[in-house]
Ligand binder design. Structure first.
Ligand code: NAD
Ligand code: MN
Length: 358
């Protein structure tokens, strides 16, 4: 029997609540499938770990994770610790050394969910946003000098390398090629940022030669926000820089109904280290401990994990179970205007999995 080692890391806020739900659903998937087992190990890294140890994770944290087949991650962020410490101390310190350079964010309107775009029906919004996840605006290069003085200078340098841009654009073309419409939109801001962004456009045109069957176009990021709202049906696969795609994908999540639904995968396409799967949302202090966090984003990312591990039938079965549950308004959590709890939604997805007759 196939067996996978999964690192489960809830992190902060609602992270542990949705990851616990995700692990329960993943284990039910494995039982229902019968062809594989999951060996799940919990990690307590995050803000509580920081309060005790002064760091978000051990110095060899990323190395410890290398022996796993995949990582299921919740969220980081605590009200009493600056966000840049929690984010860099855990999430980015895992993504960068494990070379998870492709951040993949599917968006579609699940059955039973209402998009704030009243003029758009479900099938008209079906996108995958590919976010560059290793360099760009979040390269970490920069600094502050003369802190607090009138002459203070602060910089966050956006670093783009030809190799880094090539590999993400190639990944996006390949993904677009695998989808029925074979459409790719390359997003930049090459009118204003005339060095790195112009290189993006040039590399996109070069890589496009390798994919003659993919139809592609270019958009400036500001105009892109308008197109996502006004003409969502003209988009399919989208690739953008670390910062631009971060922003566009929160917009995408909102257009698909709720941040509580949107999944993401930090993929290492070469598979020389594990990939990491997480909901897009953060630690949501306002609802932590209330038992009402929407676990659907975590279930969707768990399905992406199963697909990445090669368990496509189980991944598809999980998405069908999730869609059966979202279709029922009685099983909507408060972020979707309902009254259901995390537990009720989780139990309903597990029940739908057990009943699945395929
Ligand atoms: P957030 O995603 O935590 O919350 C935004 C809003 O969406 C809140 O009203 C919250 O209640 C709601 N929401 C989010 N997820 C939900 C879910 N599953 N079910 C129901 N409602 C949900 O974003 P924020 O408030 O900007 O940030 C809170 C903290 O999380 C900050 O410390 C931030 O740095 C961190 N953060 C972490 C990540 C990550 O770990 N990848 C991502 C975003 C924000
Ligand atoms: Mn974000």
């Amino acid at each position: 029997m196939r067996s996978y080692k999964i690192a489960a890391m809830g992190g902060d806020g609602i992270g542990p609540e949705v990851v616990e739900a995700g692990v329960q659903v993943l284990k039910t998937c494995a039982e229902r499938d019968g062809g594989f087992t999951l060996d799940v190990q919990d990690f307590d890294w995050g803000s509580d770990y920081y309060r005790t140890h002064g760091v978000m994770m051990p110095a060899d944290g990323a190395e410890q994770l290398r022996q796993f087949d995949a990582i299921l991650f919740g969220a980081v962020g605590a009200p009493d610790i600056p966000d840049h410490i929690t984010l860099w101390g855990l999430r980015l310190s895992i993504c960068q050394p494990l070379d998870q350079y492709a951040n993949v964010r599917p968006t579609r309107i699940l059955p039973g969910i209402t998009s704030p775009l009243r003029h758009v029906s479900g099938p008209e919004l079906d996108w995958v946003i590919v976010r560059e996840n290793s360099e760009g605006e979040y390269s970490g290069v920069g600094g502050r000098v003369h802190k607090g003085l009138p002459i203070e200078v602060a910089q966050d340098v956006s670093v783009m390398t030809r190799a880094g841009v090539q590999r993400i654009i190639r990944y996006a073309f390949r993904l677009a090629q695998s989808r029925p419409r074979k459409l790719l939109t390359v997003v930049t801001k090459s009118n204003a940022q005339r060095h790195a962004m112009v290189m993006w456009d040039e590399i996109a045109a070069e890589v496009a030669q390798e994919f003659p069957d993919v139809t592609w176009d270019k958009m400036l990021v500001d105009a892109m926000t308008m197109r996502m709202v006004m003409k969502p049906q003209t988009l399919d696969t989208i690739v953008a820089t670390n910062l631009h795609a971060d922003i566009l994908s929160d917009l995408a999540a909102a257009l698909a109904g709720s941040l509580g639904i949107a999944p993401t995968a930090n993929i290492n396409p070469e598979r020389d280290a594990p990939s990491m799967f997480e909901p897009i949302h953060g630690s949501a202090f306002d609802i932590t401990g209330k038992g009402i966090a929407n676990p659907v984003a975590t279930f969707w990312t768990a399905a992406m994990m199963l697909e990445h591990l090669g368990e496509k039938p189980a991944a598809d079965r999980l998405m069908r179970a999730v869609e059966r549950v979202t279709a029922d308004p009685a099983l909507h959590t408060p972020d979707l205007g309902g009254k259901a709890t995390t537990r009720q939604v989780t139990d309903a997805v597990c029940e739908a999995l057990r009943r699945a007759n395929d």
